[in-house]
Design a protein around this ligand. Structure first.
Ligand code: ADP
Ligand code: MG
Length: 303
């Protein structure tokens, strides 16, 4: 087992953020850790990566105990924290060199070049981190997390705040990484988890409510509604013709809602459609209520 969590609880003062959580992740498995905000995802990840101790229970990573063998655990684990704290004034290579120094990586230049290649940072590698887009900052975070060639990658909401095109890139990258590494990544977007991983663990209010294969989760998915603002008028019938789209309507001005069901993330389909037809998307959001409803339906059967 790459990750083994046994009866972990975490209290912040009076508040119980994790309540007797147990699960394990096998080598080279890609597991999505899904749950609404405040569910306890980040807390669990900080415990696995030895940033905070559990109040109760124990965690093993590659056979090492996070409490008694934290140095060994840190050697096995690459971690992309939720709000990835990057040094904006540093150049990409300078920052990765700094991290390589912390790990004492032999031949850092070669390793850094490999990671720049692996994360697709090539064209941006001579810039300052502060000059990069959010998607490229995430790539720097991923390069940093992989620098010491960890067996296990813990990625906390790696796609949050990315635009649809950046999303596609980062998801492909995670999928690629999963071929060689154990990956546990968190998200509050169901379609995303389903698109990338083998297994989905759903956590809600500190408890695991579901742990099943991604394909089983997709069966429970009802549909998705996105709210899109275009830079100019688009045809509703054209929107309705996008694969898996069932409904499309104009809400007001240049804002439209598009709903559909299917295993592919609707945002990706809409973004691809817009690109193909030369439309510009100014903003796109998942209608959260719908998502919550699906989430509740999915978890209700397990309670
Ligand atoms: P998620 O990552 O799923 O959004 P978190 O693990 O960040 O959830 O938080 C779980 C719960 O613990 C939340 O209710 C949050 O407010 C609380 N919490 C998280 N970190 C702290 C902290 N350092 N001090 C107090 N409460 C915290
Ligand atoms: Mg979090």
């Amino acid at each position: 087992m790459s990750i083994k969590v046994e009866g972990v609880s975490k209290f912040y003062g009076e508040q119980k953020a994790l309540d007797n959580v147990s699960f394990s992740v096998g080598a080279k498995e890609v597991v999505g850790f899904l749950g609404p905000n405040g569910a306890g995802k980040s807390t669990m990840m900080k415990i696995i990566t030895c940033f905070i101790p559990p109040s109760e229970g124990r965690v093993e990573v590659c056979g090492f105990d996070t409490d008694k063998q934290s140095l060994e655990v840190r050697r096995q684990v690459g971690y992309l924290p939720e709000s990835n704290p990057l040094y904006h004034e540093m150049y990409v290579k300078e920052y990765l060199g700094f991290v390589a120094g912390l790990y004492g990586i032999p031949d850092p230049k070669k390793r850094i070049a490999e990671m720049i290649e692996a994360t697709g940072l090539g064209v941006e590698q001579h810039k300052k981190i502060g000059q990069l887009s959010k998607g490229y900052k995430q790539r720097v975070g991923l390069a940093q997390a992989m620098l010491n060639d960890p067996k296990v990658l813990i990625l906390d909401e790696p796609t949050s705040g990315l635009d649809p095109n950046q999303l596609i890139g980062i998801r492909q990258l995670i999928k690629q990484l999963g071929k060689e590494k154990t990956v546990l990544f968190s998200s509050h977007i169901m379609q995303e988890v389903e698109a990338i991983c083998d297994r989905v663990i759903i956590i809600d209010r500190g408890r695991i409510v579901t742990d099943r294969k991604a394909s089983e989760v997709s069966d429970a998915l009802g549909g998705q509604t996105v709210i899109v603002e275009f830079s100019a008028e688009v045809g509703i019938s054209a929107l309705r013709a996008i694969a898996t789209v069932k409904h499309a309507d104009r809400v007001q001005g240049l804002t439209y809602t598009v709903s559909g069901s299917g295993s592919e993330d609707l945002r990706m389909l809409v973004a691809q459609w817009a690109q193909q037809h030369g439309h510009l998307i100014l903003s796109m959001n998942v209608e959260e209520e719908r998502l919550e409803a699906v989430f509740q339906r999915l978890t209700a059967t397990d309670r």
